[in-house]
Ligand binder design. Structure first.
Ligand SMILES: [Zn+2]
Length: 410
């Protein structure tokens, strides 16, 4: 009888545990290491990034928006970070320089979106530049509804006692080291849900020495710090029921002639890269050159966040993990006709929507009308807007997996 009873308990436990698997916590850490073009990364020794690429995936990538239209985004540091943080180009997030004068907080950062859906979740910023948290993420600002960054370690660049500012900028190397070690420690011990680590030293060496052994040595130094953080994530995954998305990227490339400066739209200034700890990247990641704005939708999917349709309709990137149905939506207006084009990556149906307002950028609502249902494979749609005269149109293409948008501006 006792045996039967035990067998019964065992069976019910088995059935119960099969039906109710312990939930894996999904977490994200992204690292921006400043100002290393794709070709420069290839030149330097980076054993840790090589290891991450081997265990996960690696791709060439770009920043700078679409150079020839309204999405032109300067290849400047804070501009690039905010493209990652908001999943949009500068025409939306409105950071055009390192002064970070007037970010448009209507486009929510990944931190805002996470906290909106997980008020008790924890977010973290480890950074060699204070403004990243206080201005871009907007810690404690009324414009971000007093978003609270739970863990932060930054501002050392303002501490000239512990980090005396030397001409060679070795203090910045020390700051990066402190930032990375703190990030590793907090990730290993507390495992925040969404973390940003920012490392600056490479950009300083780029500006000072350009393409040089000094620059390569700085890249190798940062690679060692990236390795420390990656190890912390791996330890976390071994000891906790957690699935981490680990992304490393850079905010811009460097000038072609000598690798010193940046800010323009040349191929090398726009040239970046993305390393990710997941093998299962999608066809888009493998066959196209992704952009910095694609990291945001990738994080959304990993974290199972479900933003509003209005937010999805503003994102300028697509996921690097799940299937992508279409990319490169564009439209032109000639006389009273809208001609809409896209590139299909899969077959299927899509819906097209149109609005003549841009209220979203003042945190208000746009009203869209459906203008057509199309076969993705046609890659073309034409419609009349005679009855909707306007100097501004926002076109949206929605498929089962992908939402794209495009502005027509005067
Ligand atoms: Zn930079």
């Amino acid at each position: 009888m006792k045996h039967i009873y035990l067998a019964f308990i065992l069976m019910t436990t088995l059935v119960f545990s099969q039906n109710m698997p312990a939930r894996t916590s999904k977490k994200v850490v992204f690292i921006i290491v400043d100002g290393i073009s794709y070709d420069q990364l290839q030149t330097a020794k980076t054993p840790h990034l090589d290891r991450i690429a081997k265990e996960g995936s690696f791709t060439e990538a770009y920043v700078g928006g679409i150079a020839e239209d309204y999405r032109n985004t300067p290849t400047i540091s804070a501009v690039g970070y905010n493209s990652l943080l908001t999943g949009t180009w500068a025409n939306k997030h409105n950071v055009y320089g390192n002064g970070i004068k007037k970010p448009n907080y209507s486009y929510p950062t990944i931190f805002r979106l996470y906290k909106d859906q997980h008020p008790n979740g924890s977010i973290a910023v480890f950074s060699s530049w204070l403004d990243n948290r206080t201005k871009l993420v907007g810690d404690g600002l009324p414009e971000t509804k007093y978003l609270k960054v739970n863990e932060h370690y930054d501002g050392m660049e303002h501490d000239s006692i512990n980090f005396p500012h030397d001409k060679q900028r070795n203090f910045m190397k020390m700051i990066d080291m402190h930032v990375a070690l703190k990030a590793s420690e907090v990730i290993e011990n507390k495992g925040p849900d969404v973390s940003w680590v920012y490392l600056e030293f490479t950009d300083d060496m780029g500006h000072a020495f350009g393409d040089s052994p000094r620059f390569n040595a700085a890249v190798t130094f940062e690679d060692g710090l990236i390795g420390r953080i990656y190890n912390a994530v791996q330890k976390r995954q071994q000891t906790h029921n957690e699935d981490w998305l680990f992304v490393v990227t850079t905010d811009h490339g460097r000038r072609a002639s000598d690798g010193k400066h940046h800010g323009g739209q040349t191929a090398r200034e726009r040239s970046t890269w993305i390393a990710i700890n997941k093998k299962e990247t999608n066809t888009y990641f493998k066959k196209q050159i992704p952009a910095i704005v694609d990291i945001y939708p990738t994080m959304l999917q990993h974290l199972s966040l479900t933003p509003s349709k209005a937010v999805l309709r503003e994102l300028d990137g697509v996921s690097l993990l799940r299937p992508v149905d279409a990319i490169q939506l564009s439209a032109t207006k000639k006389a009273n006709k809208l001609e809409i084009r896209w590139k299909a990556l899969q077959s299927g149906k899509a819906n097209l929507y149109l609005t003549t307002t841009n209220h979203f950028n003042q945190s208000k609502t746009d009203t869209y009308i459906k203008i057509g249902e199309v076969d993705l494979s046609k890659e073309y749609f034409k419609t009349s807007v005679k009855r909707r005269p306007s100097n501004f149109y926002k076109v949206v293409l929605e498929t089962p997996n992908t939402t794209l948008n495009y502005w027509i501006t005067k």
